[in-house]
Ligand binder design. Structure first.
Ligand code: FES
Length: 127
């Protein structure tokens, strides 16, 4: 059985004291929303997992696009991702396995297929 105080303790355990904590809203398939608080010590993906929100992921190091979401509002930091070229970053795509919020954020989940489609449509380099 989970009590309100259990939830509060769990949330505290997910962030370090020096963290600035932000509200993360994930818009899931079907329009459902998952809302939780996240600092900068864990990725948005990890915090979502701890909160019981199961999202697609594979590499968990920013290389595969499985976890990619689209930023609808706010700002994130994702210095270690390498799967999103500048045009996709400019469109707001975020590899949440290696991203942390720098403000309150709203993200549309399950965007990996859209990113892979965009990549497949790009002309091959060197042709
Ligand atoms: S799980 Fe591979 S980029 Fe996030």
């Amino acid at each position: 059985m989970t009590t309100a105080s259990d939830n509060s303790s769990s949330r505290r355990a997910l962030t370090c004291r020096a963290d600035k904590v932000h509200t993360v809203t994930l818009v899931l398939p079907g329009g459902r929303e998952a809302v939780f608080r996240a600092g900068s010590s864990k990725s948005i993906y990890d915090i979502a997992s701890y909160a019981g929100v199961h999202l697609p992921a594979s590499c968990r190091m920013g290389t595969c696009t499985s976890c990619v979401c689209k930023l609808l509002a706010g700002h994130v930091k994702q210095p270690q991702q390498s799967c999103l070229p500048p045009p996709l970053l400019k469109q707001g795509y975020v590899a949440i396995c290696c991203a942390t919020p720098t403000s309150d954020v709203t993200l549309l989940t399950h965007q990996g297929a859209a990113v892979r489609k965009w990549k497949a449509e790009q002309p091959a380099k060197g042709k």
